[in-house]
Design a protein around this ligand. Structure first.
Ligand code: CA2
Length: 145
């Protein structure tokens, strides 16, 4: 089984600013935590980040036939990107949407996720644990796909 983790814009800055919202861990720390879990579960993973919408779209397209499922923290593109939504919908690889913060408890513009309707589910508000919960969900949807 192979799971692709995708991270959107500014997540490379995690741990440097707004620790009260996003915590103190960096994306490198989060990747290490996910890799440790992947070894325990004997699941192969790829873990990527991009500030570019187009690069994220390309990675989603390339996931078809390469990965069983996708876990995506699309960051701000969650709320704006029809391109990401169309890519997730087009490739048909089961996808889990995750967020560190609870987007529904924040500013109104974060309450809408354009990708939620084409994802299998959403995990939002559990800090770095959202990545591990998303990983578990990605395995569950692969088993039922
Ligand atoms: O809670 C999440 O995981 C978000 O996807 C994080 C995004 C935000 O735009 C979404 O609404 C919710 C922001 C990603 C990174 O933002 C940083 C801002 C300051 C310092 C470090 C990271």
């Amino acid at each position: 089984m192979k799971v692709l983790f995708l991270n959107g814009p500014n997540l490379n800055l995690l741990g440097t600013r707004e620790p009260e919202v996003y915590g103190r861990l960096t994306l490198v720390d989060i990747e290490a935590m996910v890799r440790t879990r992947a070894i325990d579960l004997k699941v192969e993973i790829a873990f990527r980040q991009s500030n570019s919408e187009g690069e994220l779209v390309s990675w989603i397209q390339e996931a078809r036939g390469q990965f069983n499922s996708i876990v995506i923290n699309a960051a701000a593109y969650t709320h704006t990107s029809i391109a990401l939504r169309d890519a997730i919908s087009a490739v048909g690889v089961p996808t889990i949407e995750i967020h560190l913060s609870n987007i529904h408890a924040r500013e109104e513009f974060r309450h809408t996720s354009l990708i939620a309707p084409v994802c299998r589910g959403q995990i939002s508000g559990f800090g770095v644990k959202s990545y591990l919960l998303g990983f578990e969900a990605a395995i569950i949807v692969t088993e039922t796909h």
